[in-house]
Design a protein around this ligand. Structure first.
Ligand code: 5GP
Ligand code: ZN
Length: 124
């Protein structure tokens, strides 16, 4: 399968890894959108959250725990961080291998700036 994150998981394509175990890999995003921008992926190929099934229940928990660990290890946990997964074209998914973005290290923009109640006018 021609999947960039499968190739990162098997080492064919290099990445800046920060955590790895049997099922999960965490590495730096190549085009960071925040001072800390990590990607958490399952080593098994799953196209997106839309493709998971009940048999992936444990794996999904492991991905979330790896995101928590990565944020703590990166030092962004005390001030807060965001965990996001994009699904399909409306969300702008570009890589069709399930991944969690872990973003932090600064005050992040509102999730949807079109919604005024979602923005925070106070300085960071
Ligand atoms: P998506 O839009 O699919 O949720 O996000 C895909 C992310 O993967 C983007 O933030 C992009 O910068 C990142 N990315 C794409 N190709 C590579 C790569 O080869 N290496 C790394 N480390 N990140 C990548
Ligand atoms: Zn893949």
């Amino acid at each position: 399968m021609d999947c960039i994150f499968c190739k990162i998981a098997d080492g064919t394509i290099p990445s800046r890894k920060v955590y790895e175990d049997e099922r999960v890999l965490v590495f730096h995003d190549i085009q960071p959108q925040a001072p800390v921008h990590l990607l958490v992926i399952p080593k098994k190929h799953i196209a997106s959250l839309e493709e998971v099934s009940p048999e992936d229940e444990v794996l999904l928990g492991q991905l979330m725990l790896a995101a928590q660990k990565a944020a703590r290890d990166a030092g962004v946990a005390p001030d807060g961080y965001r965990v996001v997964t994009n699904i399909g074209p409306h969300a702008g998914q570009l890589v069709f291998h399930l991944h969690l973005h872990v973003l932090g290290g600064e005050k992040l923009a509102a999730l949807n700036p079109k919604n005024p109640s979602d923005s925070d006018p106070s300085p960071s």
